[in-house]
Structures are given as C-alpha cells and as structure tokens.
Design a protein around this ligand. Structure first.
Ligand code: FES
Length: 125
C-alpha cells in the first residue's frame, strides 16, 4: 500500500498531490451546476453573466478591469477590496451612479456604464 491512500490516490512519482485534479474552473472544483447565463451591457457592449455573480465579477469575467475614473485626475478604477469597503468599484447601473459593483448582483438586461468623476454629470442640467 502506498502512502497516498492506495489505488484511488495513486499518482506518478514526483507528481504534485495538490495539482492532482482535472477540474479547470471554480465551478468545476465545487461541482456546481450554475443556472443559464444571461446578458447585460457595459458601455453598450454585450457581456454575459451567471446568476449570483456580482456586477464586478461579470465585468472581470468579460476582461473588463476598470469602469470608473477618479474625480480629480481621471485615473482608472475598478474593484479593489471586493467587500464593499473601499468604494473604488463605483459604477453607473441602469442610470443610477455610485453603485458598488462588488456588492450589486448582476441582473438580466442591466446597463452598466463607465462612471466619470462623481457620476452626476449626466444628471445635472
Ligand atoms: S471593490 Fe471596494 S467597495 Fe467594491
């Protein structure tokens, strides 16, 4: 009997036991069966999301890392803390500015737009 638990856990000599899996995604690792994906938009561009994903997660999944610019210098920002504490992830969602993308669940048809400055420029007038 081998020290790795017998035949089921058998592996080649020198093989890393932590990497002994065929799962490729977090959903596969936990055996999840997500509900069907849906569509939303970022600056008019269609992107996909899964039920339960936050808007930040959906944007990240689409390769979008920034969706806001700072008030003073116009520097790009996206998610930083991921837990609702830093406010770096503010976005305009369905016309409402200053929504924390890391906390807000994505919904079918949501329209996320890049937020510039305090997000109220489009509301003034
Ligand atoms: S990433 Fe920090 S509040 Fe959203």
């Amino acid at each position: 009997m081998s020290h790795d638990g017998g035949e089921r856990g058998a592996r080649a000599p020198g093989e890393d036991p932590v990497r002994h899996t065929r799962a490729c995604t977090p959903a596969e690792l936990v055996g999840a069966a997500p509900e069907p994906e849906f569509q939303l938009t970022f600056d008019g561009r269609p992107i996909r999301a899964l039920p339960g994903q936050t808007i930040a997660a959906a944007l990240w999944s689409a390769g979008i890392l920034t969706w806001r610019t700072t008030r003073v210098h116009g520097r790009p920002r996206g998610a930083f803390c991921g837990i609702g504490a830093c406010y770096d992830c503010l976005a305009t969602v369905n016309g409402r500015p200053n929504q924390r993308a890391c906390l807000l669940p994505a919904g079918p048809g949501d329209a996320i737009t890049t937020q510039e400055g305090d997000g109220h420029a489009a509301l003034d007038g």
